[in-house]
Design a protein around this ligand. Structure first.
Ligand code: GLC
Length: 505
């Protein structure tokens, strides 16, 4: 179970490295950056979808699950990427999107062709326009009327992403075969998309209104998705996917749910996900006491034997450095990489990338997620080392001064901090596997012990604070020479400063 001590790095291939001059990143680009990924000190990359797709949802609308989209390269490029990763000791985790396909997938084209099609009930067709009140995640009705066959089909996301019917055994068989295809090509695991969405109420009961919602009724949050997400039976699909993925390959699952529901996705022994993503830090108040209580709630909700995980950013959320602000970005990194459990780092967060403003004429994502998908700035040059100078990147770049080359040259940079944190974590049994215990929970400082002798103290405010911890400092967020300092009567932390200490030293 390599992922227990491992750290996962999320690569959004469109935005990582372009090698073929179209302003869109590709698989050769990812393969070529493997030395950087290995130097960073992570253990695995999770590649978001690069499969054949009309790109209405930038790859999450798949038209062939076993083919590489030409904009990303070829299957041979993929094989070369896996080989390059493995040569560098890096595991490769793929995105698996079971809930829906593209409307241009041959399965859906057959399904919509007639009510008699053998693939009609591979998707969810019902009478009525619309059949009930369900709303799509990206807004608007979750049903699309099909004039030709006089029925509506269900789509949890875009109308171009019709939902498969996982109650149909043929669908299950065909989708589980996709996992076998990629396993045979040498991948090390899967991140399963939209896991809680895969089954919907067969009797199509209306979702209840959300009394707390203030905006238009067409918005997803206007209803409580009781009959469209997280049905108890979803656990059977989780178990089916787990039995295909097995014990040697990693099964991460995208699950947005309250902690008590989230932890059910660990399942019974051998039947659940290894790591149901824990997104709660993203949505939590950024204060010492609120974070401490989240950690404790999560830790105590974990079932026997379940291994925790933490996420601070991904391709769907505003960048962490933008959310918490520049003064807290280093504390956020230290928190993520010193909590108990497998962390996922979103590409570019190791540089402190921020959301990039996208002028209206360059907006491409229907759900407004362009700002966090701006391409990786490898250098400060035109093209940023992401694409050739003169090539228009698919999304605009941010400020030129924030780039990997500049940070490589700066021993106190955010990149340097990530490398130091990752190296320390790798060498420390306390940080990698030790138990968690809160030492101080606010109001200014969050401090905790990992294992038997490692303390972490974080100043969650913009003012100086004192943390009642003792020991010898092994690393601080500022990387300005406090290592080796002995602390007896309380650790003075500057605004937004964090420190790791060896206790009893
Ligand atoms: C997941 C993905 C998101 C995508 C959606 C539909 O939430 O992370 O990017 O739009 O599923 O596939």
């Amino acid at each position: 179970m390599w992922w227990r001590r491992g750290v996962v790095y999320e690569v959004y291939p469109r935005s990582f490295q372009d090698t073929d001059g179209d302003g869109v990143g590709d698989l050769r680009g990812v393969a070529g950056r493997m030395p950087y990924i290995a130097d960073l000190g992570v253990d695995a990359i999770w590649l978001t979808p690069f499969f054949a797709s009309p790109m209405r949802d930038f790859g999450y609308d798949i038209s062939d699950h076993c083919a590489v989209d030409p904009s990303f390269g070829t299957l041979e490029d993929f094989d070369a990427l896996v080989a390059a990763a493995h040569d560098h000791g890096i595991k490769v985790v793929l995105d698996f999107v079971p809930n829906h396909t593209s409307d241009l997938h041959p399965w859906f084209e057959a399904s919509r062709s007639s009510r008699e099609s053998a693939k009609r009930d591979w998707y969810i067709w019902r009478d009525g326009n619309p059949p009930n009140n369900w709303v799509a995640v990206f807004g608007g009705p979750a049903w699309e009327w099909d004039e030709a066959t006089g029925q509506s089909y269900y789509h949890a996301y875009l109308p171009e992403q019709p939902d498969l019917d996982w109650r149909n055994p043929e669908v299950r068989g065909a989708m589980l075969a996709v996992l076998r295809f990629w396993k045979a090509r040498g991948v090390d695991g899967f991140r399963v998309d939209a896991m809680r969405q895969v089954l919907k109420d067969p009797s199509l009961r209306d979702n209840p209104r959300n009394p707390e919602h203030r905006g238009p009724a067409s918005e997803y949050a206007s209803l409580i998705p009781e009959f469209t997400t997280d049905l108890d039976e979803v656990q059977e699909v989780v178990a089916a996917i787990r039995s295909e993925i097995g014990d040697e390959h990693l099964f991460m699952a995208e699950v947005t749910a309250p902690i008590e529901r989230l932890v059910r996705y660990y399942g019974a022994e051998g039947e659940g996900a290894h790591l149901p993503f824990n997104f709660h830090l993203i949505f939590n108040d950024w204060s010492a006491d609120a974070i401490a209580s989240l950690i404790e709630r999560y830790e105590s909700a974990l079932p026997e034997g379940a291994w925790p995980n933490w996420v601070l950013g991904n391709h769907d959320q505003s960048r962490v450095a933008s959310r918490v602000g520049p003064g807290q970005a280093r504390v956020a990194a230290m928190l993520l990489l010193t909590l108990r459990g497998t962390p996922t780092i979103y590409f570019g967060d190791e540089l402190g990338m921020v959301d990039v403003e996208v002028p209206p004429e360059r907006v491409v994502d229907p759900a407004g997620r362009d700002p966090e998908r701006s391409p990786m700035p490898w250098t400060g040059e035109p093209g940023r080392g992401f694409c050739a100078a003169g090539v228009e990147p698919w999304l605009p770049f941010g400020d030129a001064s924030l780039n990997a080359a500049a940070q490589e040259a700066d021993p106190r940079s955010m990149l340097a901090l990530h490398r130091r944190l990752l190296a320390l974590r790798r060498d420390s049994d306390d940080l990698a596997e030790g138990a968690y215990a809160t030492l101080v929970a606010g109001p200014e400082v969050l401090a905790y012990r990992r294992g038997t002798g490692t303390a972490v103290a974080l100043n969650l405010t913009g003012a100086p604070a004192v943390a009642p911890v003792r020991g010898e400092i092994v690393l601080t967020t500022e990387l300005d020479g406090r290592e080796g300092e002995r602390v007896d009567g309380g650790l003075a932390l500057r605004p937004g400063e964090g420190a790791i200490l060896r206790e009893g030293a």
